[in-house]
Ligand binder design. Structure first.
Ligand code: PHE
Length: 455
């Protein structure tokens, strides 16, 4: 089948895929998980996963898309009817992620406005974040503002413009992050944070904690690299045969992991310098970035401008990811229900507002409502990242490893005379390491969660 060839150059493909991959996952989610799950231990496990599972799955998904010229639902079906379910399951993930992703996008938008309107010092106060998210109306309104921004862009079809803008804005975000991280690292007490973040320390960790850390790192890998949800299959369907798939994947991964690492280097030492490095400060969870960074900006010369610029850039990173999430959902809905793009976009926006509102309220007036011990947002995050994505990833490995066989992917990567340098490792990981690893991780963390291992 002919590739759809929408990306004119290899670098265009890499930047578009990186635009989807780099988002709140890197800047908001990665640092709070690393802080919560033992710093260096989490970082080490994440890096090992990135070069093994991450690389293998991303090559597999992009190659599946390029080979079939179809997105997830069609691609699995075209190659093996029995695996159609996998396409649908993958499609479910962005439908569930987009609403709560936009809740966090709303928090970022709010913080941008706080800084623009001179609220720098107020936002550094201890109760500021808690006060904001516990209000009934405000966080929901900012969430809706963020969804509407995304909807307008998807409706107008100006993604290309945003894509181009982010080519300029992303490098600025990197530079600004380096500056902020540099500032944080020179604060008194920050070095203890650097140590905590970089040096793995397994001492005192129970088996249960380790199992949970490994599961969190695995979920984060899928989330951050936009894997196990059909997105990279769709992107692959737009890639040209003459573009080198293997080196594109390497570049996307380096970009994605680099930004996550940098975000951790900015936020975790700051936790030690400004909020103490005790357990409660480190396990702030989804609020960590919003609690810690305002303190940094407040103490920084020019903090109002740096803070406003930072939140604006994060807003753009979140927006590019949100657009790719919403686009995916819209194309699934309009393909399946044969609706026009406009109708599908509006329905998806309304549906996502309805589905996301409980996640927004769950941090405030609905905080009494918990599902298996989690607030609503954390629950959606858990179901998608720790349950659905590992499940989809496992079956994708089985599909490639045993149904179409790794050679089919290797042939695809080697189209037009390219050499797949890591093909041996690829075949080994996709057939054995990844599926066995994913099952082991899921089983042990469920067991740990149920208290089977309590030593
Ligand atoms: N990878 C994005 C991030 O890190 C999240 C995302 C997932 C975006 C899936 C698009 C699709 O923020």
């Amino acid at each position: 089948m002919k590739s759809r060839g929408n990306f004119s150059s290899r670098i265009g493909f890499v930047l578009a895929a990186a635009g989807s991959a780099v988002g709140l996952g890197n800047i908001w989610r990665f640092p709070y998980l690393a802080a919560q799950y033992g710093g260096g231990v989490f970082l080490l496990i994440y890096l090992i996963f990135a070069v093994t599972f991450g690389f293998t799955l991303m090559v597999g998904e992009i190659a599946l898309g390029r080979k079939t010229g179809l997105s997830a639902i069609g691609a699995f079906k075209a190659l093996d009817k029995r695996f159609s379910f996998l396409g649908y399951l993958a499609a479910l993930v962005p439908i569930l992620i987009f609403p709560y992703y936009s809740v966090i996008g709303g928090w970022v938008t709010k913080y941008f406005f706080v800084f623009v309107t001179g609220g720098k010092s107020a936002s550094a106060g201890d109760g500021f974040f808690g006060g904001f998210i516990s209000q009934p109306i405000q966080p929901v309104l900012w969430f809706i503002v963020f969804i509407l921004c995304t909807t307008v862009i998807v409706l107008m079809g100006v993604e290309k413009g945003i894509e181009n803008a982010s080519k300029i804005l992303m490098p600025i975000l990197v530079v600004l992050s380096v500056v902020i991280a540099g500032y944080c690292l020179t604060r008194p007490g920050a070095m203890a944070g650097v140590k905590y973040y970089i040096l793995p320390n397994f001492k005192g960790m129970t088996f249960g904690q380790l199992a949970k850390t490994i599961l969190a790192a695995l979920g984060q890998l899928f989330y951050s690299m936009s894997l196990a949800m059909g997105i990279m299959i769709t992107y692959g369907s737009y890639m040209k045969k003459e573009n080198n798939l293997e080196s594109s994947v390497r570049q996307i991964e380096i970009f994605d992991t680099g930004i996550a690492f940098l975000a951790g280097l900015m936020i975790i030492p700051a936790v030690f310098a400004f909020s103490g490095g005790d357990k409660s400060a480190l396990s702030a969870g989804p609020g960590l970035m919003f609690i810690t960074l305002p303190k940094v900006f407040d103490s920084m010369p020019g903090g109002t401008i740096v803070g406003a610029a930072f939140f604006l850039l994060v807003f753009f990173a979140a927006l590019t990811s949100a657009i790719s999430l919403m686009e995916t959902v819209v194309s699934i809905v309009s393909d399946k229900l044969k609706w026009s793009r406009v109708t599908a976009t509006i329905v998806v926006a309304i549906f996502s507002i309805l589905l996301g509102t409980p996640s927004s309220l769950g941090n405030g007036i609905w905080s009494g409502i918990t599902v298996i011990g989690m607030d609503i947002l954390t629950f959606f995050d858990f179901v998608t990242n720790s349950v659905l994505m590992p499940f989809v990833a496992f079956f994708t490995c089985v599909f490639i490893g045993y149904m179409i066989k790794p050679q089919a992917i290797i042939d695809e990567v080697e189209e037009e005379g390219a050499v797949f340098k890591s093909k041996g490792i690829f075949a080994f990981v996709i057939k054995y390491v990844a599926p066995i690893g994913i099952v082991a991780i899921l089983v042990s963390s469920v067991a740990a969660g149920l208290g089977v291992f309590s030593f």
